[in-house]
Structure formats: C-alpha cells, structure tokens
Write a protein that binds this ligand. Structure first.
Ligand code: NAD
Length: 716
C-alpha cells in the first residue's frame, strides 16, 4: 500500500501523505520510493501543472524520518549516502517540472520541514497543533535532507541558526513572520487555498523562485562575508559556552550552514551529507537516540507490570496544601482542563496559593502560548477552600502539606472522612516512605506517592512511588494522570529517597566531603558543569535549601548507614544559619534581590578545614561524584527500586539533569564496562573506605561480562 495518493483537481495534483497503520507520517525507504514513483508520474503527465503536498493525518504534516533507520546505518559513509539520496529527492521537489505547494497543518519536523523548504510555496494551518522545527541536534544529528542549506536561504542566517542549533518549535504565526511560511490559512480551507496557489504558481502569477526580502539591519549583518563572520563567531562562542563542547552536532551544524555561504551550492549540500554521516556515528547521538526511545517507550508504559487495569479518567482533583508545590501542581492541572479544589488551613495561604497559580498561568498568556480566553478558563478551574467542602466527589487527592509525618497522617484521616471510597490519596512527600503515610489510611491500597520536582511547571519528571499494597488500578490511574499533566513518569518502589533523591544523596555527600577535605567550592561546581550537569552540586545545595538537604541527608544516613553519611560541612554550614538562596546566605553570595554572585569566602570559616583551601583536580572531583551516583543507581536496580534500567536513566536525566549525552547513570555502566567500573570503584574505596564499595550487581555483571542494555538495535 502506498503512503501517497493523488487526486487531480484543475490541473493540480493533490498528493496526500497518509502512512498506513501509523499515527504519524514519517520518511522511510519505502516512503521515499513512493515519492519517487509520484515524481516520475507527474513528470510524465502533461495534464498536471502544479502539485500540493498535504497530510492525511489530523495533527501531523510530517514528523520527520523514521528514527529506526538511523540505527541501521553500518558506517558514516552509509549515512552520508542516505543523506545524498535525501538531497536528490528534495531536489526533485524544488526543481522538477511542476512547482509544489506544501499545505502544512500539525507537526512539520525534521525531514518534513526540509521537504516543505524545497517546495515553491508554504502555507501553514492556523492551529496550535502547527509547529515547525529541525530537531535533529536533539538527537545528536544535523539536518540531512538540505535543512542546513535551504533554511538560511529562506529565513536568513540568524533565524536559521537559532532553529537549527536549538531544534525549537516555531508556531504558525511566527513562521509567517519569519518568512518560513508564505501564508497562513484556517485548516478547514487549507487544501483549497493550496490548490489556488498551486494554480497561480503554474500560471506564473506567483514566481516559482522568489528572493527573500531582508531589512537593512539583517542585510548588513548577513549580506556580506564580514557580517556573516560575526554572526558565525558569536554563534560558535555561545554554543561552546552552553554545551561545553559535549555536543559535536552543534559545531557540525554550524560548519554545514557556513559551507552553504562559502562555496558552491553543491559544496554546501556535500558538506551537510558528510557531516550528517559523521554525526550519525558519534557516541553522543547513540545516547540521545537511546533517550528518545526510552521516553517514547515510557509514554506507552501503564506503570503496571503484566495485565494493566484501564486507568480512570480524572477530570477533577483535590489539592491539599496551597504552598510552593501545591500551587505548581494546581497550575499544571488547570492547564490540562482539570478542575482543582485547592485547600489550605488559612484563607491567607489559599489567597497566596491562588496568586501563585495565576502567575504560572499568566506567564503562558504573556508568552502567547494561550489566548486570554484560555487563560481565564484555566484560572476559573481552580477554587480555594479552607474546609473539605467539594471533596465528596473527587477521585484523586494530591497532598503537598508540610513535610511532617504527623501532619500528613492528620490530613489523610481528615480527607478520608469526606473523600468517596476508592479515591486515590497521592502524596508529594520528598522524603517520607509512602508505606509510613499509608499506615494511617483506612485503605492503604489507595495511597501512592506522586513526587513532583520544582518548579512543577518546568520540570519534566514525575516519580510515582508504589508500596506493595498499592492497587494496580491506582497505579495505572496515577500514571495516566501524570502523563496528562505532560510529565515523563517513572514508577518506582517505596524505599528511603525513592529513586531520584537516593542517587542524589551520595553525589551531594561526596561534594560535601570534598569541602570537608579543603576543596574549593568553585572547583567542585566547575568540574561537574564540565562533566555535563546543568548546575554544580554546591549551587544545587543553595538552590534546594541547605536545611532541606540536611533533613534529607539525615534520613538517608539513618536508612543506609555510613555509606550515605552527610558531610560535616553540611551540618556546620546549616548550624551557622545559612539556608542557601532563600535566606540569601549560603555557599554563594546573594544580593538584596536574591541574584547570585561569586563564592561567599566567609563560609569556609565554618568548614572543618577552615579557610585553607587547596586545588583538587577536575578529574578527581568528577570521578568521585559521578561514580558515587552511578554505583547507587546500580544498587537501585539491585534492590528492585527500579522496574527497568531505562527508568533509572530517564529519572536521572529528567529529574537531576544527568548529562543527556552520557545517556544516564546506567548507560555509563555500559559505556565504561562493569569490570572497569568495579576496578575504579575499588581504587576509590581504598582511599575513602565504605563509600565506594561496588554494588553486588555490578560485580556480578563484571564477572559475567554483562551490560544493562543490548549492544545493537533498539536500545530499550
Ligand atoms: P510549603 O511550605 O510551601 O507549603 C506547604 C503548605 O501546606 C503551606 O501552605 C501550609 O499552610 C499547608 N498546610 C500545612 N498543614 C496543612 C493542613 N493541615 N491542611 C492543609 N494545608 C496545610 O511547602 P512545599 O515546598 O510546597 O512542600 C510541600 C510538600 O512537597 C512537602 O511534603 C515537601 O517535602 C514536598 N516537596 C517539596 C519540593 C520542593 O522543592 N519544595 C519538591 C518535592 C516535594
């Protein structure tokens, strides 16, 4: 069955792309063959004067290339050849006998946008579903079907670099403003408008090859080699600063775009093909593709092993605690059309919470991500209360009151007196084991953990925690609800620290122990930024709150003993009254407005080694901190906290910002090799007894030559 069908309308061939049996349109070898057949036919048919490319799928134009194919390349040369074939195909769109109009409604990504760029005219559907992007760098690749050449020609160098280096989505209106689209039309008339424009192209009323209009400033910067050199230099500097050199595709993309300006048109395309091939074989792209698959697989995971009960559809929730986290959870729920009953103990707290909800929602209005009507509709879904009125018919309650077992027990009992039987009680506790909270419940099978990360509207991860008594349907419903909130959801078993905070503990402790020994704060943070984390561990302590870290550290030490004993520094800095950013006093300096400055040198005085500081090499810092986390992640597999290694990698990348180009802590085990890792851990343990003993599972893997993931094919 062909993915393409042709209908002739007034001399215009309307080619509809509708990949059979798939939710979205993707380019694959078979689809490319279909396109070639269509081109051949149109080339021969004198009755056809122009063509329209349109999608038969409701929310997607073309989602890009089939990623499975990237894993089938056998060499860089093989991938380069594929790219050259893509070029040949797009050339037929651009230079074939008839001009093409792209009628774009829904997602138009990667190869989809590259095909559109080869068309003579682009019309975008005026719908929030319409997004255009070249997301290849997010997979460690570069656009390989002409994107690095045609996009700058279409929208100018600066807009093109911004899109290519970030992979970000451009909406319909913006596409029109930047010249990425020639016209915007309501989806209901998109096809008709496209046919009309195709006829106008055929008649010459619209010229087939048009030059881009540019304002004076743009022309000055981009229109001459000196101006372009400035743009490229700035882009390169910014890229290096942000990526710290860990993402080679960013530099390759810059090189490919630059080649389009410095040599012939053919040189530009040849450079793109060569670099696409090289990037397809970098370890970075393998890790990023792994993460893509892992995330996709998680989206389909019910959270329950074996036969999963169907999740209940949740249209209304109750939110206990209108503080920092409660407001965030209420806001993301309202964004998804969920009604929220929002309770705290005092009206003032409720009012503060409602303001915080409004701020999050209003931010989206300000950024034009929603209309004023949508903003007002969402805001009206959240209603405040200081009693349990309105709790009688909610199927799910999320609790985010103070982190105190007695308070959690009290609200659990109060809520259960009014909630309907079978309602789920989800707690957002960050440290209290869920079974301890459930112990006070009339029905522990309905109690579950929903560990959100702050700020809730920005952090992509949700850790759902189940106890042996949590009912499978409660798990499936909670997971489905979390996903509806737009979160990537991992399900973990109940144990101190759950998963994310458990692997964070030895990492943070190790940073503290380095401070105990006399290392400098900036050396530790810089080393871990260089390793690829988005913030250094000492900065993280200031951000999270040194009191919160102290509390959580004590819980982990009580549960796991010496191995997870917090540093002396942490206790002493806390005892000195430093809370971190929120108290404007921590490891770093903060001004009146809370803006972070350099290291607060006075903090060294309270540390065990005082103000005498010595340089510690970045490699030692990185080795100690990263391997402490990696080893703990392996223990979480060993202890059955994780349902799959995949969840451990996703949890670390999305919850903590573990460097994506490394794939996650368990991917690191496979990269280094279990035997080598055991050797390195033993060396560390000899110097720091008790903290680096290799996990039992790691030793077994080393002995058996095992890995967490298969070496070839799909990584999950
Ligand atoms: P917060 O102090 O900002 O908010 C707690 C709210 O609970 C306050 O408004 C308080 O008035 C209210 N409250 C206290 N007792 C109550 C009761 N009996 N009934 C109703 N409301 C009551 O705290 P937060 O940072 O939002 O944390 C809330 C929970 O989320 C804690 O369990 C915390 O461990 C967890 N958590 C926090 C973070 C974080 O980064 N702050 C991250 C993950 C989880």
């Amino acid at each position: 069955m062909s993915a393409l069908s042709i209908a002739i309308d007034n001399g215009v061939a309307v080619v509809t792309f509708d990949l059979p049996g798939e939710p979205v349109n993707k380019f694959s070898k078979a689809v490319i063959a279909d396109f070639v057949a269509v081109f051949d036919r149109l080339e021969r048919d004198p009755a056809v004067q122009a063509a329209v490319l349109i999608s038969g799928k409701p929310d997607t134009f073309i989602a890009g290339a089939d990623i499975d194919q990237f894993l089938e390349f056998t060499s860089a040369a093989d991938a380069t050849r594929e790219s050259a074939e893509g070029h040949a195909l797009m050339n037929r769109l651009e230079h074939g006998r008839v001009p093409w109009v792209a009628a774009i409604n829904g997602a138009c990504l990667g190869g989809g946008l590259e095909a559109s760029l080869a068309c003579a005219y682009r019309i975008v559907g005026d719908s929030p579903k319409t997004v255009l992007a070249l997301p290849e760098v997010q997979l460690g690749l570069i656009p390989g079907a002409g994107g690095t050449q045609r996009l700058p020609r279409t929208v100018g160098l600066q807009v093109a670099l911004d899109m290519i280096l970030t992979g970000k989505n451009v909406r319909a209106k913006k596409a029109l403003q930047t010249g990425l689209a020639d016209e915007m039309a309501h989806p209901s008339i998109l096809r008709d408008v496209a046919i009309r424009r195709a006829m106008e192209l055929a008649s010459g009323k619209i010229p087939r090859h048009r030059t881009r209009k540019q304002d004076a400033k743009g022309a000055l910067l981009e229109g001459n080699p000196v101006g372009r050199a400035v743009v490229f230099r700035q882009a390169r500097e910014m890229t290096m600063k942000k990526s710290r050199g860990h993402y080679p595709a960013l530099l390759a993309a810059l090189e490919a775009v630059a080649a389009g300006y410095s040599g012939s048109v053919a040189d530009g395309f040849a450079t793109e093909a060569r670099l696409f091939g090289e990037m397809a074989f970098t370890p970075v792209s393998r890790q990023l593709i792994f993460l893509f698959y892992a995330t996709t697989a998680l989206k389909k995971d019910s959270g329950v092993s074996g036969d999963a009960p169907s999740p209940a559809l949740i249209g209304k929730i109750a939110m206990l605690g209108t503080g920092f986290m409660g407001a965030g959870i209420a806001a993301v729920s309202a964004m998804q059309g969920v009604t929220v009953r929002f309770k705290d103990t005092k009206l003032a707290a409720v009012a503060k919470g409602l303001t915080a909800v409004r701020d999050v929602l209003h931010d989206r209005l300000r950024k034009k991500q929603v209309t004023r009507q949508q903003f007002e509709d969402q805001l009206s879904l959240v209603s405040g209360t200081v009693d349990y009125a309105g709790f009688g018919n909610v199927p799910l309650l999320i609790e985010a009151v103070f982190e105190d077992l007695a308070v959690k027990h009290a609200v659990l009992k109060e809520a259960e007196a009014v909630l309907p039987r079978g309602a789920i009680f989800a707690t957002n506790t960050s440290t209290i084991p869920i079974h301890q909270i459930a112990a006070a419940s009339r029905d522990p099978s309905r109690v579950i953990g929903m560990h959100f990360f702050s700020p809730v509207h920005k952090m992509p991860l949700l850790e759902v925690i189940v106890t042996p008594r949590t009912a499978p349907d409660a798990v499936a419903t909670t997971v489905a609800f979390g996903r509806r909130l737009g979160k990537t959801v991992i399900v973990v078993n109940d144990a101190p620290g759950f998963y994310v905070n458990r692997i964070l503990a030895p990492y943070i402790n190790e940073a503290g122990k380095l401070l105990d020994e006399g290392a400098r704060i900036e050396d530790i943070d810089r080393a871990m930024l260089d390793y690829g984390f988005p913030v250094g561990p000492v900065t993280l302590l200031d951000e999270v709150g040194i009191d919160i870290a102290g509390k959580s550290g004590a819980i982990m030490a009580a549960a796991f003993g010496d191995r997870l004993q917090p540093s002396a520094t942490l206790g002493k800095v806390l005892a000195a009254g430093r809370l971190g950013r929120k108290g404007k006093k921590g490891f770093y300096l903060y001004d009146e407005k809370g803006k972070k400055g350099g290291v607060d040198e006075s903090v060294y005085a309270v540390m065990p080694t005082g103000s005498t500081r010595a340089a510690v090499s970045a490699s030692e810092i990185q080795e100690r901190l990263s391997l402490a986390m990696v080893n703990e992640a392996v223990r979480c597999v060993e202890d059955g906290i994780l349902r799959a290694p995949r969840d451990g990698d996703i949890g670390a990348v999305f919850g903590i910002g573990f460097p994506p180009f490394r794939g996650g802590p368990l991917r690191v085990v496979d990269t280094i090799g279990a035997a080598e890792l055991v050797r390195r851990l033993e060396a560390l343990n000899a110097k720091h007894p008790g903290r680096f003993e290799a996990a039992k599972l790691l030793r077994e893997m080393a002995a058996g030559g095992k890995t967490f993931y298969p070496a070839t094919g799909k990584p999950v």
